[in-house]
Design a protein around this ligand. Structure first.
Ligand code: SF4
Length: 326
């Protein structure tokens, strides 16, 4: 395998920002049209009560969340940072409110960075803004608004796709279509905003009227769908079951069996080696919260995934490229 064709996020950030760059995750207190009744009240069947990002304390103000990052060990591990609005749908609000929340985070970072400099004589610089959202929550106005941050920060939009199989899309209740995804990509491309697509392996689906999990053909089709779009990054996520989700109910009723680690590694290696060579790989596992995870338990061991894929691909750059944090 020629690994020159695989681009990993840490090396990409070093190329882009000149040095190691880390993210500060923020819960901006948004909701989701798939939760508030606009599209559905139930959410995607795997989505936890916190809309992904369970480790974040949404009860804290945005300022306090950034302050927590400045008070944590993370701040000593890099000098450049990206503010990452992670939970729920971070473009699902009026432009005025989006502006207020993003600016609040940016101004918190700048204030705290000045204080840190006075205390430690070390400069901490904000270089990026990353916004996680759904394709049906990207409009021309929102893309135009996001592009206003580009004069000072690198802007990334993380866009859910999960799968290109529309039947699975319906089954997991994502409540948007592949066309919505394609439209959002075209709009963001128009404003030259970096897109990080999010896909999942091991989703439940219906085939021949039987409930099963997505197979290798689904992985092939999703990769081929991704490759047809002008996308700059990819997050690959293993499907896992967390408490109080519809997926947990299916699991308890023996209607969904989570995939094995071997199956995940097989599909993951296909994705990594078949996406367009310019796409940056940002993530190769889910981030299962220990206290909420129901199954599969191997999801708690990022190292197992990393070692497994390392052995499969024999790619020593994976360690440096994806997870070189301790
Ligand atoms: S779109 Fe995201 S936040 Fe909304 S229900 Fe689905 S996974 Fe949860």
């Amino acid at each position: 395998m020629n690994f020159d064709r695989i681009n990993y996020v840490n090396s990409y950030f070093i190329k882009l920002f000149g040095e190691r760059t880390l993210k500060i995750c923020i819960d901006g207190g948004f909701t989701c049209p798939n939760r508030d009744g606009t599209k559905s009240c139930n959410g995607c069947i795997f989505c936890s009560e916190k809309g992904s990002g369970e480790h974040l304390k949404s009860s804290l103000s945005i300022f306090d969340q950034v302050k927590n990052a400045f008070n944590s060990i993370k701040i000593t591990r890099a000098n450049k940072f990206i503010l990452y609005f992670q939970n729920y749908t971070n473009t699902y609000d009026s432009i005025q409110n989006l502006n207020k929340k993003y600016d609040e985070a940016i101004s918190a970072f700048n204030t705290l960075s000045e204080e840190y400099y006075l205390k430690e004589n070390i400069k901490k610089e904000l270089v990026g803004l990353q916004i996680a959202t759904r394709p049906d929550c990207i409009t021309e106005d929102i893309a135009k608004f996001l592009s206003t941050y580009k004069s000072k920060l690198h802007v990334f939009v993380e866009l859910g796709l999960q799968t290109s199989n529309e039947e699975t899309g319906k089954f997991i209740n994502r409540c948007y279509t592949n066309d919505d995804f394609s439209n959002a990509v075209l709009i963001l491309n128009k404003y030259n905003i970096d897109i990080i697509a999010h896909i999942m392996i091991g989703l439940p689906t219906i085939k021949n009227n039987l409930q099963t999990i997505e197979d290798h053909n689904d992985t092939i089709n999703t990769v081929s769908f991704i490759n047809k779009h002008n996308i700059q990054g990819l997050k690959i996520h293993s499907t896992y079951i967390v408490k109080n989700t519809y997926l947990e109910k299916l699991f308890i009723e023996s209607l969904y069996s989570p995939m094995s680690l071997d199956y995940y590694l097989e599909e993951l290696s296909y994705v990594i080696t078949h996406v367009s060579k310019d796409i940056i790989i940002h993530r190769i596992s889910g981030d299962a919260p220990k206290d909420l995870l129901v199954a599969p338990l191997w999801n708690l061991h990022k190292k197992w995934i990393l070692n497994g894929i390392y052995k499969k691909l024999n790619d020593k750059d994976l360690y440096q490229g994806i997870y070189y944090k301790k």
